[in-house]
Design a protein around this ligand. Structure first.
Ligand SMILES: *Cc1c(COP(=O)(O)O)cnc(C)c1O
Length: 387
């Protein structure tokens, strides 16, 4: 059997795959089994921050893999300690818990919020509020956090204690909080899966002020928008926010599984010995990769991400068949006259890999995509969008 047949037979049918087998690549170019080349405008869903098979990334991984590939969390290892320091120095947060995915990072945040509120305000204060149209993961608890009913239907009962408000509706939040049972609010600054929709600045600012006044935790899900994607190290930095908890994953280690839950001074001691754990969490190879990624996300580099984002937006905005462009930095969503899946299919035929998010075409290229490839991809996308 070939790869398609093996996959169809033996892999659970949770992914509707395109009939393309990707075998290799370099930077922002990937190749399929027939040798056809594609410009990768999806980066494995915002994961390969510096593209595929990037030399500096390979060197960081290789160096660590020759020393030790895993050690239990019963012992100290340097890569996770150094990465935690770097994350705290760059964000002003105080401590980090490492897991392996975005969902796991959010699970940690939710546990922190529940324990913090239970101890400080009593066990009835357990509700986590999230936004409608949000996405926080696929575990039963992060599904409950996800504000999209269609993900919930067949998996009841989900973890209780979640409520959802429309983005921008502070009054809805205020009435939920009136009973004193809300422990935390968890938001994405740019909703990714929900259609690449940035939060309004005014709402973000007012939300933070209200939560501070009420002593409710502000938790930000930076799983997709973090790690340089929006042109700041974390998307909340575009909004001048000071979150109590930050979660991230996807692009953090540039292509290895790693999730992190960053804890501010206020909640850094909530979890104590035995409260939480993860066998693979803080894996030295993943952490060495992440440290190399983080060290390359310098201010001058992030300015280039902003420039590339603006450039891509200019190339696409107003083109025939493209109704609007949303997003921040190199995280863009296109509302198109044709359906998003039609556009993605046409792009693929012409050698560009794009994603969808709800009814949008979603673009998440590598943060270092060369300008000529960005230009070429934009031309092909425009051609695919033309009615
Ligand atoms: C992808 C995503 C998650 C889930 O991450 P996994 O690594 O798939 O568990 C959570 N939140 C946001 C905003 C995401 O984009």
């Amino acid at each position: 059997m070939n790869t398609f047949e093996l996959d169809e037979s033996y892999i659970a049918h949770t992914y509707k795959r395109f009939p393309v087998e990707i075998v290799s690549g370099k930077g922002s170019l990937v190749k399929d089994a027939s040798g056809k080349e594609y410009i990768d405008m999806g980066s494995g869903i915002a994961v390969t921050s510096f593209g595929v098979a990037d030399d500096a990334w390979i060197a960081a991984v290789e160096e660590q893999i020759h020393s030790i590939q895993h050690m239990s969390n019963l012992y100290y290892t340097a890569p996770c300690a150094k990465l935690a320091e770097a994350l705290c120095v760059r964000t002003g947060m105080s401590r980090v818990f490492f897991g392996n995915s975005g969902a796991e990072a959010n699970e940690c945040a939710i546990k922190v919020a529940r324990k913090w509120a239970a101890k400080k305000k009593g066990p009835a204060c357990s509700t986590i509020v999230t936004l409608e149209n949000s996405f926080h993961g696929r575990t039963l608890t992060t599904l409950a956090a996800t504000g999209q009913d269609h993900y919930h239907e067949l998996y009841q009962p989900l973890t209780p204690g979640f409520a959802h408000i429309p983005a921008g509706d502070l009054n809805a939040l205020k009435s939920l909080c009136a009973g004193g049972t809300v422990a935390a609010v968890l938001i994405e600054c740019v909703q990714g899966e929900g259609g690449v929709i940035p939060l309004e600045l005014r709402f973000a600012t007012e939300l933070q002020a209200f939560l501070k006044e009420q002593d409710i935790l502000l938790m930000i899900d930076e799983v997709q928008a973090g790690n340089g994607r929006t042109g700041k190290l974390y998307a909340y930095m575009n909004y001048g926010l000071r979150p109590d908890v930050v979660t991230t994953a996807k692009g953090l280690a540039g292509g290895l599984p790693l999730g992190a839950c960053l804890l501010s001074e206020k909640v850094k001691d909530v979890l104590s010995y035995g409260d939480h754990g993860s066998t693979f969490g803080g894996n030295p190879v993943a952490c060495a990769a992440a440290l190399s990624v983080l060290n390359r996300l310098t201010d001058p580099f992030l300015e280039k991400v902003v420039e590339k984002g603006k450039h891509l937006r200019r190339l696409l905005e107003g083109a025939p068949g493209i109704q609007s462009v949303s997003g921040l930095g190199l995280m863009l969503g296109l509302k198109t006259e044709k359906t998003a899946s039609e556009v993605v299919k046409a792009c693929m035929e012409k050698g560009v890999l794009c994603l969808t998010a709800k009814d949008k075409v979603r673009l998440l290229p590598a943060l270092n995509i060369p300008d000529d490839l960005l230009q070429k991809a934009a031309e092909i996308i425009k051609e695919a969008c033309r009615p």
